[in-house]
Design a protein around this ligand. Structure first.
Ligand code: AMP
Length: 104
């Protein structure tokens, strides 16, 4: 089922998109908890890490490899934090896989 992040991917609602390629969209979190707070999401609508399948290996690897590039582009040369909330028990609010990238 599609979420608000699906709407962002399809440009049905606005977002401050900082990076996009054929598999991924990256945009600023609407409620930032650090100077830089990005959300890295796959265009494929996967609800959470629980729903990953082996065919998602390359996609998830692609997202991981993007993180240091995005961080450096945002000036986070000293380092950054990442977070993936999974399921209601993990505090996930939007059920479309996303990696939080945070730094000051
Ligand atoms: P999570 O708890 O990991 O599911 O986090 C969802 C995140 O999405 C929160 O940090 C929200 O601030 C963020 N968020 C929700 N709606 C939007 C939106 N329309 N644009 C940007 N970020 C959003």
């Amino acid at each position: 089922m599609s979420t608000i992040f699906g709407k962002i991917i399809r440009r049905e609602i606005p977002a401050d998109i900082v990076y996009e390629d054929d598999r991924v969209v990256v945009f600023k979190d609407i409620n930032p908890r650090a100077r830089v707070h990005l959300l890295v999401i796959p265009k494929k609508e996967i609800a959470s890490l629980f729903e990953l399948t082996p065919e998602d290996k390359d996609l998830m690897g692609h997202m991981m490899l993007l993180l240091p590039q995005l961080a450096k582009a945002q000036g986070l040369n000293a380092g950054f934090r990442t977070q993936i909330n999974t399921g209601e028990g993990g505090g996930q609010e939007v059920f479309h896989v996303h990696i939080h990238l945070l730094g000051n």
